[in-house]
Design a protein around this ligand. Structure first.
Ligand SMILES: C[S@@+](CC[C@H](N)C(=O)[O-])C[C@H]1O[C@@H](n2cnc3c(N)ncnc32)[C@H](O)[C@@H]1O
Length: 214
């Protein structure tokens, strides 16, 4: 894929999310997300985190943040997304019980101060980033030393690897070794991988990697 094709694909993705935003939470795919979030939160619990400032990069309509509000009621919650439509939906759900700061922006240029967060998460978004290298550098920058990054997405693992090659997505969907190398270049240390969702309970589909910011 040329750089021009890549930019086109990126713009097409964003336009698509804008279009989907109003019905996003009613789509069937939400059932998958509920499981991904539950498993991701279980791994965070196993990791013993008790975050005070959490950022969700590519937060969509804010479902993960709403789940996190229940689990970590004292944490400051922040959501960033590139799509104004997604953010409109997310803000419409703010209430007395659910307070969060939603900002529009790109993973590759995070509008937050250095070291502000002790937990950064991103679910089903990494393969949409225009530059995964720049995005990971930004995650490293906004994490405080000792902070944790939890990244859940589909990766080129097992049966998915030939599939993503077939669909010409291998340049955006990485193997664990490639992800770990990109993370290391950004100053993040991949610590552990977990399967967080299997299709039909049989076919590993979404994995999460937890990485430390030393
Ligand atoms: C598949 S949705 C996932 C949303 C949410 N994380 C979830 O788990 O349902 C991907 C989201 O990432 C956003 N997005 C895509 N590229 C982005 C980027 N470079 N920076 C920030 N958000 C981005 C899209 O607007 C969309 O809301």
């Amino acid at each position: 894929m040329t750089a021009q094709d890549d930019t086109k694909a990126y713009r097409r993705d964003i336009a698509q999310f804008e279009k989907l935003s109003a019905k996003y939470e009613r789509m069937r795919i939400q059932a998958i997300r509920v499981q991904i979030y539950a498993n991701l939160l279980k791994e965070l619990e196993n990791a013993g985190v008790n975050p005070k400032r959490i950022l969700d990069v590519g937060c969509g309509t804010g479902v993960l943040l709403r789940t996190l509000a229940d689990r970590y009621p004292d944490a400051e919650l922040h959501g960033l997304d590139i799509s104004p439509g997604m953010l409109r939906e997310a803000r419409a759900k703010l209430s007395e019980d659910f307070q969060a700061d939603f900002r529009q922006g790109a993973a590759e240029d995070l509008p937050y101060e250095d070291g502000h967060f002790d937990l950064v998460l991103s679910t089903i978004c990494f393969h949409h980033w225009h530059s995964r290298v720049d995005g990971l550098r930004e995650v490293h920058r906004v994490l405080a030393p000792g902070g944790l990054f939890g990244l859940a997405d589909h990766f080129a693992i097992g049966w998915l690897r030939p599939m993503f090659t077939l669909f010409r997505m291998r340049d955006r969907v990485h193997t664990p070794a490639e992800v770990e190398s990109l993370m290391a270049d950004a100053g993040l240390g991949a610590r552990e991988w977990h399967l967080v969702y299997s299709l039909r309970r049989r076919y590993p589909f979404i994995h999460a990697v937890l990485a430390d910011r030393p």
